[in-house]
Design a protein around this ligand. Structure first.
Ligand code: GDP
Ligand code: GDP
Length: 454
């Protein structure tokens, strides 16, 4: 039934609709000719995922994005199990091991007309030890006459065989529902998908000008936007209109009070800062441009990066910055802020209003980066070229191979590399730099994690 597959499509959601949902991985395994490629193509609909066949990363393993019932996941085709020196069974078992270690769920495809061969029995033995959910697809059941063949596959001990026809689409919807059900639970969404005002934390050490800037942004008189249809505003937050858009500045109660409380010990202030950052999607770290950069400034920046929030650095009191100070400041940036070279800097003055209008576009850029999703096909095409030209350094006589990559999450962009060995920190930094050169991510932290095959 063709229509059953119509909803399936390579992921190409509009940027602003990208939900913060981690993307689970499904590995498709099976002997040659059972119909894995046909099935994967089915899963992806007619649109072909572009994965280049470049020597290196993805030669025998390709990863694609899939979408079913609003849930995104990555499909990894483990490729033909060509017999290696040790024979087909050994190579098949090795592939199954790999799938178990790299995927969130494994789909074993069997040709129901042929039934379970010795190879499938060997694979099933491997997969039964898996902590990951395993699904069993009995393929080439093109019509009801084939259903009888399916029952014998119970003997594999992998649970109920699901009859499908990859060629015609039969049974596909049920299979996909089962795949989604097998994936681990989606973690709770931190930020509602409702699309309310975006949440901003305005943070920085005492006296850098946070309340002055908030007052400038809200306008002394009008103060705050009180009502936005459909939003309830926590009284500790402020709704602020900037550049035609309403933003929620979180946890600003302390900033609005003219009289500062005496309880503002450093410890307490730091807890508040942390809480505001956690509650926000993007943070403006305000720094007093007229004074030398301090440890405390750096600590606040670190908090934002560690919390995985988008970041804008604003140098305030720019009206007090002269040429000498400016030269000193440039040196400080080179020395102390290299780790966050990706964050945009704005030089503002809460007093005169200088460049305050630049904040909104800068926030938008940072949030766009934070929300960015790189399609798996594109990511792997890029990565295979990069790794072919710059392979990971050999460690202990072994060259780790990068099998494939997927962006597991947005907010912030989080990449998972599946490898055959440990990747040195230096090489990971190299990958991050290259990732940024190609895909941008201005204003957002980027995370790279590595899953090593045992
Ligand atoms: P792979 O080696 O496991 O990737 O298998 P392929 O996807 O290349 O399929 C092998 C052969 O089986 C091809 O000729 C397909 O057209 C055929 N095939 C795949 N799925 C089905 C199916 O559901 N029914 C029938 N009748 N043939 C199928
Ligand atoms: P907060 O503790 O970070 O909220 O800082 P405040 O907003 O209370 O500002 C601390 C001091 O810096 C006050 O005396 C402000 O008037 C002053 N200040 C804030 N912004 C500027 C600015 O852009 N230029 C100058 N010259 N002074 C500023």
């Amino acid at each position: 039934d063709e229509a059953e597959w119509a909803e399936f499509d390579e992921v190409s959601a509009p940027e602003d609709a990208a939900p913060p949902v981690p993307q689970p991985v499904l590995a498709v395994v099976g002997r040659p000719n059972v119909g894995k490629s046909t099935l994967v193509n089915r899963l992806l609909g007619r649109r072909e995922a572009v994965v280049q066949d470049t020597p290196g990363v993805t030669r025998d393993r390709v990863a694609y994005d899939a979408l079913w019932n609003g849930r995104r996941f990555t499909v990894v085709d483990t490729g033909g199990w060509e017999p290696d020196a040790k024979g087909l069974m050994a190579s098949v078992a090795a592939q199954a091991e790999l799938a178990m270690h790299t995927a969130d769920a494994v789909l074993l495809v069997v040709d129901a007309r042929v039934g379970a061969t010795e190879t499938e029995e060997a694979v099933a033995r491997v997969l039964r030890r898996s902590k990951r959910p395993v699904l069993l697809a009995a393929n080439k059941v093109d019509d009801q006459r084939g259903d009888a063949d399916v029952h014998s596959l119970w003997s594999l001990g992998l649970g109920e065989p699901m009859p499908i026809s990859a060629l015609h689409g039969r049974g596909s919807g049920d299979l996909l529902d089962a795949v989604l059900a097998a994936f681990p639970e989606t973690p709770r969404e931190v930020f509602g998908a409702s699309g309310g005002p975006r949440r901003v934390a305005l943070v920085g050490k005492p006296n850098v000008g946070k309340s002055s800037l908030l007052n400038k942004l809200t306008g002394e008189e009008r103060s705050v936007v009180h009502d936005v249809a459909g939003t309830t505003v926590d009284p500790v937050d402020s709704l602020v209109e900037l550049d035609g858009e309403v933003w929620r500045f979180v946890d600003t109660a302390g900033l609005r009070k003219r009289v500062k409380t005496a309880s503002g010990t450093e410890y307490y202030a730091s807890l508040r800062t942390k809480a505001a950052i956690e509650a926000a999607e993007v943070a403006i770290v305000l720094i007093d441009g007229s004074e030398p950069l301090s440890e405390q400034d750096l600590r606040v920046i670190t908090m934002v990066v560690e919390a995985g929030r988008a970041l804008v650095i604003a140098y305030n009191k720019w009206d007090l910055v002269d040429d000498d100070r400016r030269r000193q400041l440039e040196k400080e940036i080179d020395r102390e802020l290299v780790r966050v070279r990706w964050a945009e800097r704005v030089n503002v003055s809460a007093k005169t209003g200088r460049a305050v209008a630049k904040l909104a576009p800068t926030l938008r850029t940072a949030l766009d980066s934070w929300d960015t999703r790189v399609p798996t096909g594109r990511l792997n095409g890029w990565l295979s070229e990069l790794v072919a030209a710059n392979p990971p350094p050999v460690r202990g006589g072994r060259q780790p191979k990068i099998l494939f990559a997927t962006q597991a999450q947005t907010r912030p962009p989080t990449f998972v590399l599946f490898t055959t060995g440990f990747l040195e920190a230096g090489y990971r930094r190299f990958l991050e730099r290259k990732l940024r050169e190609t895909f941008g991510f201005v204003g957002s932290p980027v995370r790279i994690s590595v899953r090593v095959r045992e």
